[in-house]
Design a protein around this ligand. Structure first.
Ligand code: PGA
Length: 251
């Protein structure tokens, strides 16, 4: 059985005080979350604060939102996988659509970052998804297949033994426009089927999260779909109560 997972992607949000209050609020409500794995992905600079607050607990792992492919050196402004690991990260988000769009990360670089995560002992949360134009042109499956193929070509199906996927239709991210549970399930089924053609067991064990305007009010229906194993949550992960409602919906 795949353990459900809910990961909070804070994006570039939060002061120290706000973040501390957010973590406290989530910790206080964890008693009501019995099954889902709850993961927090703060901005780099807030990782030490989150790590300090969660030290000694084993129920809330944390991770980065990005990493550089290099281990160390003259790469001004970048943060490496080993640095994330040093601060206790377990996970790292790779290939988020905002990285792909605003920072021009292409499929090849995303595949490299996927490998860099593994090399550092981190579990990549690989994001894939189509834009509105691509969906309207009937290219959804072709786009997610292309994004997956780049990683498969570089790392093989074995690369997915220790990974999490997040299907995030770009048109649903931060827009309030959620994919319907049926729309999301259709793509999730396609993704799992594509990977199952390479290795049924790896595909069966792989957690595929849905992301894009998930809220307390729509999470249950989305997570109720056969191939949706939880969510990657942006805006709604910044409010403890709302985020906890989503975590409970994944049980
Ligand atoms: P959203 O973001 O929940 O604010 O739509 C999701 C994401 O980008 O991971």
């Amino acid at each position: 059985m795949r353990r459900p997972m809910v990961a909070g992607n804070w994006k570039m949000n939060g002061s120290r005080a706000e973040s501390a209050a957010l973590v406290d609020g989530i910790v206080q409500g964890m008693g009501s979350v019995t099954k889902a794995e709850v993961v927090l992905c703060p901005p780099y600079i807030l990782i030490p604060l989150v790590a300090e607050k969660l030290a000694g607990r084993h129920d809330i792992p944390w991770g980065g939102q990005n990493l550089d492919t290099h281990v160390s050196g003259a790469y001004t402004g970048e943060v490496s996988g080993p640095m994330l690991k040093d601060f206790g990260c377990t996970y790292v988000i790779i290939g988020h659509s905002e990285r792909r769009t605003y920072y021009h990360e292409d499929d090849g670089l995303v595949a490299e970052k996927f490998g860099a995560a593994h090399a550092a002992g981190l579990t990549p949360i690989l994001c894939i998804g189509e834009t509105l134009e691509e969906r309207e042109a009937g290219q959804t499956e072709a786009v997610v297949a292309r994004q997956l193929d780049a990683v498969l070509a570089a790392h093989g199906i074995d690369g997915f033994k220790n990974a999490v996927l997040a299907y995030e239709p770009v048109w649903a991210i931060g827009t309030g426009k959620t994919a319907t549970p049926e729309q999301a399930q259709e793509v999730h089924r396609f993704i799992r089927g594509k990977l199952a053609a390479k290795d049924g067991k790896v595909a069966d064990n792989l957690r595929i999260l849905y992301g894009g305007s998930v809220k307390g009010s729509n999470a249950k229906e989305l997570f109720g779909q056969a191939d949706i194993d939880g969510g990657l949550i942006g805006g709604a992960s910044l409010k403890a109560e709302e985020f906890l409602t989503i975590c409970r919906a994944a049980e």
